[in-house]
Design a protein around this ligand. Structure first.
Ligand SMILES: *Cc1c(COP(=O)(O)O)cnc(C)c1O
Length: 406
């Protein structure tokens, strides 16, 4: 059966809200519209009860306690609150933060901001497979180090970091460990106890919940972690994040977490089956294609492939009824290759021709087959026009050729 077009396969960017999540949220827009901070009447109590229920749903998914969940406007805010909040709170202890090159901009730009205020940041490189080297990490720790912030799973290549090992290193040196868990939570089992995590960022819209709501897990025991507030006001969320709570959004985030927890075993098997089907169909029909990042330590729903001897833009244009992301970012004037792929040592050409396939709950086999077929025929067609591909096929080593430019 022909799938309905266009096909959405960009689920690392955002996900559709699950209809069951929408249903759970709806009453909280009008029937139960109360302010969760209103203590004097049932409208407030009803809203508060819904918020506390969501807190418990989120906590269960990551093996935390409800009091350790702080609601935010999304993971960008959670990352900012964790990093800046620790920086301010533990300034007396030290001014050094360790992160790594392939973090999301919400972490990298926050660290850059702190450098302006006198903090020192180490940006660790990653290995060819996208994972951080644990010896590098341990060597980077100094008596001034207060925080390690390394993501759980990467949003471009889906590579999962050795989080439990990082947690152990952090504990051994008495350093706090924050992880951006946006892409991992709800997709793979995340356990803040097992993994030794002190702070963890979560986003609603990456897990079939609404946009504009997220959470930060802040550990309360062994050790008790404190973060300075970024937003001051009425003292909501134990003083760490003021502002009237987004009750419908929070209810949606809670429900999204509950569904992820219930469906994770089946869903991840489904994602792996679709991902492997996509990979087989593409790589079985094309040569000179390369998977970026570790396949072993990887989210079930991610595939990131570079296609040699085609132009990234032309490839995307050729599959324009499929929503995917490319490894190029359009900045004002130039096409910049992805800094994540660069950090893995992927050359500029291959970075420009990479595609991120982000599978999701609502994708099916027909869609996967259609996408694979479109990719394969487009790459073949573009390569027919490529003199470089012909030369390579004839055995000419292109890296040894000299190019006359004048
Ligand atoms: C999407 C994303 C964010 C930002 O989350 P928002 O809720 O959209 O602010 C942060 N980190 C990672 C890894 C992401 O994929």
């Amino acid at each position: 059966m022909a799938p309905k077009l266009p096909i959405y396969m960009d689920n690392h960017a955002t996900t559709p809200v699950d209809p069951r999540v929408v249903e759970a949220m709806l009453p909280y827009f009008n029937e139960r519209f109360g302010n969760a901070a209103s203590r004097n009447h049932s409208f407030g109590w009803t809203a508060e009860e819904a918020v506390e229920n969501a807190r418990a749903q989120i906590a269960r998914l990551i093996n935390a306690t409800p009091k350790e969940i702080i609601f935010t406007s999304g993971a960008t805010e959670s990352d900012n609150l964790a990093i800046k909040g620790v920086a301010e709170m533990y300034r007396e202890k030290g001014n050094h933060i360790i992160t790594q090159a392939t973090e999301h901009k919400a972490v990298l730009d926050t660290c850059k901001r702190l450098e302006k205020y006198g903090f020192e940041v180490t940006y660790l490189p990653v290995e060819r497979d996208g994972r951080v080297n644990l010896d590098d990490l341990e060597r980077a720790i100094t008596p001034k180090t207060i925080l390690i912030t390394i993501m759980y799973a990467n949003n471009e290549i889906g590579v999962i970091q050795p989080v439990a090992e990082i947690g152990k290193i952090a504990q051994k040196h008495g350093v706090l460990f924050h992880t951006d868990g946006v892409q991992a939570v709800g997709k793979v089992p995340v356990d803040v106890q097992r993994d030794g995590i002190h702070l963890l960022s979560i986003s609603g819209h990456k897990i079939y919940g609404p946009k504009g709501v997220g959470a930060l897990y802040v550990r309360r025991k062994n050790p008790r972690v404190q973060v300075a507030a970024a937003i001051d006001g009425g003292g909501h969320e134990r003083g760490m994040r003021s502002g009237t709570l987004n009750v419908p959004g929070i209810v949606g985030l809670g429900k999204a977490c509950e569904l992820c927890q219930q469906e994770m075993p089946a869903e991840s098997a489904h994602m792996i089956a679709l991902r492997d089907r996509l990979q087989r169909a593409i790589m079985g029909s094309l040569d000179e294609v390369f998977v970026n990042g570790s396949l072993e330590h990887r989210l079930p729903n991610n595939l990131n492939i570079s296609f040699a001897y085609v132009e990234g833009e032309s490839l995307l244009m050729g599959i324009n009824d499929v929503a995917v992301s490319s490894g190029s970012a359009c900045t004002s004037a130039t096409l910049e290759p992805s800094y994540v792929l660069k950090a893995l040592g992927v050359g500029e050409d291959l970075a420009h021709t990479s595609i991120r396939f982000g599978l999701g709950r609502f994708n099916n086999e027909e869609e996967v087959d259609y996408v694979a077929q479109r990719v394969v025929e487009t790459v073949k067609r573009l390569r027919e026009l490529s003199p470089l591909y012909d030369l390579a096929k004839e055995g000419v080593d292109l890296s040894k050729m000299s190019w006359k430019t004048d």
